[in-house]
Write a protein of this length. Structure first.
Length: 371
């Protein structure tokens, strides 16, 4: 019989990681293979009673919980690297106390995470899940369920670096927008998680001159539903309006919900905010550093569209720095302000005070009082 083989993937390491992401999200353990041997990894958010029993039985006392530096700091340790806590028994409520609860406390020594632990955490982050993972080292020669997916730790570790900038245009068409009837949507695919990233060319910008550009990270609650907790919806609409009235521009709508943490983690953070945590402290409770986003792939999109010189609409110094570092000529940067509301003032103040965003809150409040 003839055997047909297709080598469909030109990047098997990346494909293996993308499969691992799907497994991890579907609550199936993933085996991470590395120089120090193999280990089984399970996301804490997928640990139900049945899974705890199963993992506990298989671990024979050798499981541990891996937590990122941000979470360890919240638990009162001075850390800038991840660590692990032994789990002699896999007890779900203890795991939750350590990984996620606001009354969490450290009840056992925290050892430095090894490379495999870090790779397991990276897999959780890439999966847009809570960055807290149970890792079970596998003794050499131990038999494991052959249906479990295996991925090389090195592939996980290198995934972001190797794939983030690999995007291609897959479709484009005119889409008239309210107030900006000459607009074109250009869809890119690739990069981290093979997501679709959208560029909206508003009007007919002259690409040989500096082009007005905005990088806008997706915010389902604000952009679509007009959430009062942030300024995103206002910024989005103001950007389109400004571009339509000022020689056009390019708006990149980036699939980076929740500052790159994903919608599930953002809503977890909102729950903490409803209990009094500010936007950055809430993320830290969940194990996230101040901002997970990278913007270098946005520069790739702009270059692909033929944009070289940029007038950037943003209040975020990181966006300005990222585009310049990626080789674009950022001629100027302009503020793009929403309306202050009772619900978003503390969010705007936190972005100004803790992340150095250029937000003149007093000016915004004075303007809105005049209206
Ligand atoms: N994790 C987290 N993300 C949030 C919160 N509020 C809003 N976001 C997300 O923050 C991002 C804001 O995106 P942008 O408006 O592009 O970014 P920015 O960093 O404020 O910068 P500029 O608006 O350009 O000044 C979106 O991805 C929102 O979903 C929050 O409380 N927690
Ligand atoms: Zn928002």
């Amino acid at each position: 019989m003839m055997r047909l083989t297709l080598s469909l993937s030109d990047n098997p390491a990346a494909t293996a990681v993308e499969r691992a992401i799907m497994e991890f999200r579907s609550a199936r353990p993933v085996v991470i293979d590395g120089a120090q041997g193999s280990a089984l990894a399970v996301g804490v958010e997928n640990l139900d009673e049945a899974m705890s029993v199963e993992i506990g039985a298989m671990a024979g006392g050798h499981a541990h919980l891996v937590l990122p530096a941000a979470r360890l700091r919240r638990l009162g340790l001075e850390r800038d690297t991840p660590g692990r806590v032994a789990l002699p028994v896999v007890d779900r409520s203890r795991v939750e106390l350590l990984a996620l609860r606001t009354d969490g406390r450290i009840d056992a020594p925290v050892r430095p995470a090894d490379p495999r632990d870090e790779e397991a955490l990276e897999l959780a982050r890439l999966s847009l899940m809570l960055p807290a993972v149970i890792v079970v080292p596998l003794a050499p020669g131990v038999e494991i369920d052959p249906s479990l997916l295996r991925v090389s730790g090195e592939a996980v570790r290198g995934y972001r670096r190797a794939n983030a900038l690999d995007l291609k245009i897959v479709s484009r068409a005119p889409v008239p927008l309210e107030g900006a009837p000459t607009s074109e949507f250009v869809v890119f695919r690739g990069g981290e998680g093979l997501r679709d990233q959208v560029a909206i060319i508003v009007g007919k910008p002259d690409l040989s001159k500096p082009v007005t550009v905005r990088l806008h990270s997706a915010c389902l609650t604000g952009d679509l539903f007009g959430s009062l907790k942030c300024d995103c919806g206002d910024q989005l609409r103001e950007t389109v309006r400004f571009m339509a009235h000022n020689e056009g521009g390019v708006l990149l709508y980036l699939d980076q919900e929740g500052r790159g943490n994903g919608i599930a983690n953002k809503i977890r953070a909102y729950k903490l905010q409803s209990q009094g945590y500010d936007t950055y402290d809430a993320d830290e409770v969940l194990g996230f550093e101040a901002d997970q986003r990278r913007f270098d792939f946005a520069a790739v999109m702009l270059k692909e569209l033929g944009v070289g010189k940029v007038r950037l609409m943003t209040n975020n110094p990181e966006k300005i720095a990222a585009l310049s570092q990626a080789g674009l000529d950022v001629i100027s940067d302009h503020r793009v302000l929403g309306r202050p509301t009772a619900e978003n003032v503390s969010y705007l103040a936190a972005k100004r005070d803790r992340a150095g965003h250029y937000i003149d809150l007093e000016g915004m409040l004075a303007c809105s009082n005049k209206d």
